[in-house]
Design a protein around this ligand. Sequence first.
Ligand SMILES: Nc1ncnc2c1ncn2[C@@H]1O[C@H](COP(=O)(O)OP(=O)(O)OP(=O)(O)O)[C@@H](O)[C@H]1O
Ligand SMILES: [Mg+2]
Length: 267
Amino acid sequence: MTDRERVPDPTASAHQPLLSARKVRKSFGGVEVLKGISLDVAAGQVMCLLGPSGSGKSTFLRCINHLERIDGGRISVDGELVGYAARHGRIFEMNRREVAKQRRGIGMVFQRFNLFPHMTALENITAAPIGVRGLPKPAARDRGRELLDRVGLADLAQSYPAQLSGGQQQRVAIARALAMDPQLLLFDEPTSALDPELVGDVLDVMRALAADGMTMVVVTHEIGFARGAADEVVFMDAGIVVESGPPARVLDNPQNPRTQAFLDSVI
Ligand SMILES: Nc1ncnc2c1ncn2[C@@H]1O[C@H](COP(=O)(O)OP(=O)(O)OP(=O)(O)O)[C@@H](O)[C@H]1O
Ligand SMILES: [Mg+2]
């Protein structure tokens, strides 16, 4: 950033969470789909976000990296407000370049893998580090191969997306997100477009990332993954957080009838 400064979150403290959302509100055309979402994720923690279709999960993820502008509340990552910068003591919404720069620290993995079809697996992974960060090609390729190895695809560096299964494509998408060294990874139903037999390999990669200390927010209907990998489970419905807590409490002993009804419908 040139003459602008990142805006420190005024409520940040020495033991601030990596991600902090406070009373986040978002409307589309007069319909409020996020009605005051507050949650924290500490560095190295995994939060799983559950909830019925239309409850606002994807919208909330998109707000975290400012793909959507929020209408109220605030979101901060690593102590800085997302999407806003200060200049001459006043606060402005960041311009597109500044948003893009801030977003580099936040990786996102979607339900549809969104790989570039004309690029090999390795090229998909190295494109942003070379093009956006200016990493020299040999270094980017070395790191890309390391990441492919990490997601179990060392042998498929030269394959094109059309030659890969959905599960393999999703693992390339995860490696691509990791290539930018994000401090936070967001997953939006990363396995729900996959054939059932391919889901396990993707969840294994995500479990390994969690075990390595990656900070993750995962929207998922995979209750088994949430039970094993999440530090905290948040159940959303109709734009509010209905219930949250450790998986053993929210998944196995939910207090709210809406959580119970949702869990009955997906298990
Ligand atoms: N760009 C948009 N314009 C208008 N309405 C939108 C937009 N994006 C989302 N919505 C609406 O906001 C509400 C929340 O949608 P969202 O996609 O966040 O839900 P979700 O919890 O991710 O659902 P699903 O489980 O089906 O993915 C829905 O009613 C949806 O139709
Ligand atoms: Mg969604």
